[in-house]
Design a protein around this ligand. Structure first.
Ligand code: NAI
Ligand code: MG
Length: 361
């Protein structure tokens, strides 16, 4: 049956970049016979304006029923005064929580034409294509006990790193499944040398590997050494899987190996559905950029690449995803730049729509 995609454009530049993704989706339908059942709904401030809530129950059910969700961005100064319970961000948080999206995917991908843009040496990043998978729903950000307590005559701040076997196993499976659609290599990072949760993490990842994914190449690394290796020679990695805290740091580090916020896609995946596909929410890393909203300056590539991730990881169309990524690379190689990708050299930037049109062309 036709794969289904729910589009949630959201606020600020969200609808602007999503309009360009629409052109790309139409192109795949017209030129590649790749049809999607596309529906659209409101999220964030856009939903609050109409319904008084950042996500209706209907939109939530809608998201639960499709093969993949693609979201633009939410938020904006207009909504800063709202009560926390109806803030735009709550719409996104509800989606993540109710879909139980425990695996956060952050690629670090270097387009040749932007290799000079990196703070690292060109040969270190040229051709880079790695994926960090961060466990998103457990670990030290959630573990109990937590709090600031009085202990004798001073205060003590406490957080607890806690991982169950099943929490580790399910994110490990996400990593191995993904690796099979990529370079077939996983590196798991923890601190098994000093943390009990790290010891268990390493054991469980190895067990899941040996029982279910012996065909995938698996290695283990301490997370601090991993940070060094990521900046020294990132191309040694394919998929990296790690916990919530280390993943928070390592994914930000890896993303910035390659450049601008306007280029960064992401995905959050949950458990496999009845059809075998994981629950999935794809979105650019950037926010609603109120400072440039309405000016036609937004770079649509992060959102376009988020759709490429959907093609690869939700719709089993890795070849078409590569086709789209190559189109982005070709456009950049032609010298087209939105304002966020320009240095101080005075070249004229292209608009959001011009960039989208160029990718389609
Ligand atoms: P932001 O990511 O919206 O913007 C940061 C800076 O990067 C701005 O100068 C912006 O113009 C620029 N930028 C971002 N995306 C760009 C793009 N595609 N092309 C060109 N330039 C781009 O983060 P900020 O300013 O901290 O937050 C603005 C609003 O977005 C807030 O309401 C915040 O809560 C929300 N937000 C939403 C997120 C989401 O929907 N997932 C994530 C981050 C922030
Ligand atoms: Mg972070």
């Amino acid at each position: 049956s036709t794969p289904s995609l729910l589009i949630l454009p959201g606020d600020g530049i969200g609808p602007e970049v999503m309009a360009e993704v629409r052109k790309v989706i139409d192109w795949f339908g017209d030129k590649r016979g790749l049809k999607f059942e596309v529906s659209e709904d409101l999220v964030g401030g856009a939903s609050y304006d109409v319904h008084g809530t950042p996500l209706t129950d209907e939109a939530m059910e809608h998201a639960q029923s499709v093969d993949a969700v693609l979201l633009g961005a939410v938020g904006g100064p207009k909504y800063d005064v709202l009560d926390f319970s109806v803030k735009p961000e709550r719409g996104l948080l509800r989606l993540r929580k109710e879909m139980d999206l425990y695996a956060n995917l952050r690629p670090a991908q270097c387009f040749d034409a932007l290799a000079d843009f990196s703070s690292l040496k060109k040969d270190v990043v040229a051709g880079l294509d790695i994926m960090i998978i961060r466990e998103l729903t457990s670990g030290v950000y959630f573990g109990e006990p937590r709090g600031i307590f009085q202990e004798g005559n001073e205060r003590v701040g406490i957080n607890t790193q806690r991982y169950t076997e099943s929490e580790i196993a399910r994110v490990a499976r996400s990593a191995f499944e993904l690796a099979r659609k990529r370079g077939n290599k996983v590196c798991s990072m923890e601190k098994a040398n000093v943390m009990e949760s790290g010891v268990l993490w390493r054991q469980v990842v190895q067990e899941v590997h040996d029982a279910e994914y012996p065909d995938v190449e698996l290695s283990h690394m301490y997370a601090d050494a991993g940070a060094m290796q990521l900046t020294r020679w990132p191309k040694q990695f394919d998929v990296i899987v790690t916990d919530n805290l280390f993943g928070d740091l390592l994914s930000d580090l890896a993303a910035m190996l390659t450049g601008s916020l306007g280029m960064l896609p992401s995905a959050s995946l949950g458990a496999p559905m009845a059809n075998g596909r994981p629950k999935a929410l794809y979105e650019p890393v950037h926010g609603s950029a109120p400072d440039i909203a309405g000016t036609g300056k937004a770079n649509p590539i992060a959102c376009i690449l988020s759709f490429a991730m959907a093609l690869r990881y939700s719709f089993d169309k890795g070849d078409e995803a590569t086709r789209l990524e190559e189109a982005v690379n070709a456009v950049l190689a032609d010298g087209l730049r939105t304002a966020d990708l320009l240095g101080q050299d005075g070249a004229a930037p292209v608009s959001t729509a011009e960039m989208g049109d160029a990718v389609v062309a």
